[in-house]
Design a protein around this ligand. Sequence first.
Ligand code: ALA
Length: 382
Amino acid sequence: MIYFDNAATSFPKPAQVIDAVGKCLQGYAGNPGRSGHELALEAGRAVFSAREKLAQFFNIADPMQVIFTLNATDALNLALHGFLQAGDRVVTTSMEHNSVLRPLADLRQRGVTHEIVWADPRGEIALDDLRRAISKKTNLVVVNHASNVCGTVQPIREIGAMCRQLGIPFLVDASQSAGQLTIDVEQDRIDLLAAAGHKSLLGPQGTGFLYIRPGIEIAPLRQGGTGSRSEDTFQPEIMPDRYESGTLNTPGIVGLAAGLDFINQETQGKIVAHEKNLIDTLLAGLSEIDGLVLYGPRQDKGRAAVVAFGIGDLDSGEIAHLLGQKGICCRPGLHCAPLAHQSIGSFETGAVRLSPGFFNTLEEIEAAIRMCWQISRTIRTH
Ligand code: ALA
């Protein structure tokens, strides 16, 4: 089996992630913040250490502003539903995932309007178009950092600077970029950063986080037990308890911290260089195949480790099925991002997405290229 679906979730996880989850479950998975006994304290320390590691990774000054969530969708829902109120106006892009588009559609029914800035066929958003869409009445700008469909990267530093100058909060969906591209909430002027823990941060599924810049008012979506101020009828105001009701996913969070340790030890530079080598080889090989259309940014532009393509007018599901028969795991279809497919012109057939990761090899890339050649030849001889 060749796993090329790291954009859906990274696999395999580093051995130290699996080890850390196991050690937690076997050794100290008490309930963090709920008691003074040794297991609860150790779990609490492990969760805090993970918060610190995330803060350090994204240059977040106060780890208490990092809220653990179930995944990136959960983080985006907290940001959007917690921040926006009737009468508010949002500017966003056509490259967003349904984890942004669907909450915004729901909020529209509650009086929050949004304008979509359309990307070009390479998935790029023009800064000028974004600037034109933003007005004094805009309350929030939401931008997908790296497309889960075709890997196109948006210039968040420039967008962040523009938003800060205009005094408009900036929410970045870093689901596909966190761990792959450098993100610095200070330099990128990010007010709200949502990310998955189980993609390029190499943590287990069921992990994600939202960073909330101090001063940005987000209403909690859940109320409940926090282990703090139990005598209060109302949700405590203290961070991060305000947003973290209920027992946390301690083993998952510990695994996420181990994923960050792995990235820091290997270095992000080495991981990214390996993935870039895989992607460049894949792009070069696929670009020679007759009838194969590649989607995504120009080669001189940065991109996340995602390649999307179609062959002739074959449905992407059919191509994925043929690849799957040869043991290649990929994701076809619309990737929960229908407007991104409309932007790049693949809405009718969907696209086949290959997303290699750090543990893939050049031999595996070559095998995928050979398979795509075979599919292209087969359809031309029929
Ligand atoms: N958002 C994930 C993907 O792109 C699940 O496949």
